[in-house]
Write a protein that binds this ligand. Sequence first.
Ligand SMILES: NC(=O)c1ccc[n+]([C@@H]2O[C@H](COP(=O)([O-])OP(=O)(O)OC[C@H]3O[C@@H](n4cnc5c(N)ncnc54)[C@H](OP(=O)(O)O)[C@@H]3O)[C@@H](O)[C@H]2O)c1
Length: 491
Amino acid sequence: MDGLQFAKEPAPFVITIFGATGDLTRKKLIPALFSLFLKGNASQFKVIGFARRPWTKESFQKEALSMLSGSHFSHIPEGQKKAFLEKLDYVSSTFDDAAGYARLAELVKPWEGKLFYLSTPPDEYEPIIRNLGGVGLNKVDSGWSRVIVEKPFGRDLATAKELNEILSSQFEEHQIYRIDHYLGKETVQNILVLRFGNGIFEPLWNSRYIDNIQITVAESIGVGTRGNYYEKSGTLRDMVQNHIFQLMTLLLMEPPNDLSPDTVRTEKVKVLKSLRPITYKDIKNYTVRGQYAAGVVDGKPVQGYLQEEGVAKDSKTETFVALQVHVDTWRWEGVPIFIRTGKGLGRKVSEVAVTFKQPPLQVFRNQATDGGQNQLVLHIQPEEGFTFHINAKIPGYTTQVRPVNMDFAYGDAFGESTPEAYERLILDALVGDSTLYTRRDEIEASWSFITRILQGWALDTDPLPQYRAGSAGPEEAKALPASIDQKWRKL
Ligand SMILES: NC(=O)c1ccc[n+]([C@@H]2O[C@H](COP(=O)([O-])OP(=O)(O)OC[C@H]3O[C@@H](n4cnc5c(N)ncnc54)[C@H](OP(=O)(O)O)[C@@H]3O)[C@@H](O)[C@H]2O)c1
């Protein structure tokens, strides 16, 4: 399979959604499948919902219609929705009941392509995997069989390895698709095109010219009704191990020789394996965590994390993380990578800022302003595109320098709405392209680094720094960049 460059035309397939009555199916999976159907990327197919609730085929179809009620589909004729709904079927069963899988096998076996989507709580992966193997649905003798596994994929290195063992007891690695929806985002994929499809960036993309890189993924909302889930997770597990590390590896990897899934992922793994470990003794120098306290977000007063439903009053779960990481490679030696992510912050924004070094001789240094360092900012959310901050002369009789922006906005340049991440990723799994999915060694390498930090934090008895909801995070994070020239970008 040749990876990212191929047009997508899946063979006839059946997709089984384990957890079909759940939130992700409602919000993302059914809308994504409907979009693929509308765009003609899926014509001969069936969708089977599998969950505990005693729904029937008809009630699943009725529920699915309500899942398509968003404004996105309001202009779509009812006839097309009906044609899609006719492809839906439902199996009501618990995940550990072999009889349910026997019924499923009858529906699924005639199809050449079989995709199983595990959209369930992680504790449920094991019985599903084993039962699929039990009825032979993992076999590829006639056609193909693939499984998509949702996040979270483990909660530390040991549990991620355990889950990999369970999966590999029934499926070959090429059948396993570990999803990270960040990789389905256009702007994230554009990092590869920006770096390797242009001649001007790559010669500068190293420690000779780059001063530091900052990755920010900030959310203004708090944990809301998901306090229970968040207590078991925290920001490091929820955001850094997966989404942010995916961004980071795309930014730092060496140019791949081709775009095949394994070539791209091998380069990404090399980055993760080159991360300098942060052990207990470095915890205070390279990591800052915090919890949001009561504050004001978008003009509205909000409560602190400890007051949220489902959160322990003495919780030490972090809702904010800032890290300074180093990648010990020839290319990146001496370039700090600053990572900052959290909830209850002043703004919802995801971006990457690459700050370049000053010119060797700063000839404008004695002017009122020398404009500062060049910066390339990749906007991921809410705007999509990038901005180049360069310096220009202010018109007039004196030589005053000021930074100006060169902007590229995705919407302006291409004028079309970008496909939803889940749409792209499901389509890739249907055509057998795993480039944008996480390989086993990749997930284990990222957990290996993250687990050391978790172990260091577990030994740290200091109270967690608090930050006012609606602010830029704890004060302690400001001091993380040790050099006075390296500052966080304003949120
Ligand atoms: N929701 C999101 O926005 C989101 C985003 C990213 C990743 N994810 C991941 O996606 C997965 C699903 O999340 P979700 O929010 O959709 O979860 P959810 O709303 O809690 O849904 C869980 C689903 O699993 C079914 N289920 C649970 N235990 C079962 C059992 N023993 N037997 C049969 N069915 C069982 C439930 O069926 P019944 O309700 O019929 O009992 C329901 O369909 C999770 O791994 C989550 O981390 C979710």
